[in-house]
Ligand binder design. Sequence first.
Ligand SMILES: Cc1cc2nc3c(=O)[nH]c(=O)nc-3n(C[C@H](O)[C@H](O)[C@H](O)COP(=O)(O)OP(=O)(O)OC[C@H]3O[C@@H](n4cnc5c(N)ncnc54)[C@H](O)[C@@H]3O)c2cc1C
Length: 247
Amino acid sequence: MRGKRPASWHTAVVVESRPETASARRIVLDVPTWPGNDAGSHLDVRLTAPDGYQATRSYSIASAGEGTRVVLAVDELPDGEVSPFLAHDLRAGDQLELHGPLGAFFVWRPPLDGDALRPVQLIAGGSGVVPLYAMAAAHAAAGDATEFRLLYSVRTPDDVFFRDELAGLAQGTLQLDFVYTRRTPDGWAAPAGRVTRSTLDAATVPAASRPRVYVCGPTAFVEAVASWLIEAGHAPADVRTERFGGS
Ligand SMILES: Cc1cc2nc3c(=O)[nH]c(=O)nc-3n(C[C@H](O)[C@H](O)[C@H](O)COP(=O)(O)OP(=O)(O)OC[C@H]3O[C@@H](n4cnc5c(N)ncnc54)[C@H](O)[C@@H]3O)c2cc1C
């Protein structure tokens, strides 16, 4: 579906909540009124306390397309207001209030006949992989021939979200590169460390190939990566960003 999907409030029922990593959970929701969503979009979750106090936070959607199943992956910030509740307290059968789908700009859609086939470079920091995983999965499902690459910066091998799914996609059309910031797998050639300008030069589609680039993660990560991409010659209009907050 190419048309706009109107955002509205929905009541979701938790189908499943299971560990994604030691600090994150995958939450599968059934949303009977869901209009479907493009890969990369997000939604707002609104929690209401018994005294009426409300807190709303945005979460990217790991699933895409038609249907009423909506998948989230929530990393717990120990001092946070909303993420510890979602990670620890939600049980199958619980209800959640959602508003969405949101975000018409940070989405990937399969090219239509006649569209120029341009490579796609995805760059994730931590839980910022959620919408980018949705794009890579949608790309594989569409059988699209566009070159797709994901550079995923993650603390340790144990912190990888969608590990099995990404490994499966990497057997097919996705070129997958990791940067480990705190601990690498045994035998990994590079030491642990953050993404740098030279990592981008080595492990992303070059600016000369005019990729569409999607960058998502903590605000400081996104801002550093986006500025290096522009320095490297990518057109600002080709670099789409989504900031998750924090530093
Ligand atoms: C469009 C969008 C999509 C998002 N998608 C996801 C997602 O798929 N999965 C996911 O886990 N989170 C996602 N987030 C982040 C999420 O909205 C919340 O910010 C996060 O869960 C923290 O909420 P909280 O109430 O637990 O913490 P808060 O009570 O809001 O904050 C606690 C402390 O953590 C800091 N902080 C807030 N957010 C972050 C952050 N993202 N990283 C580091 N520190 C932070 C705050 O500055 C504060 O000091 C997304 C954010 C946006 C804007």
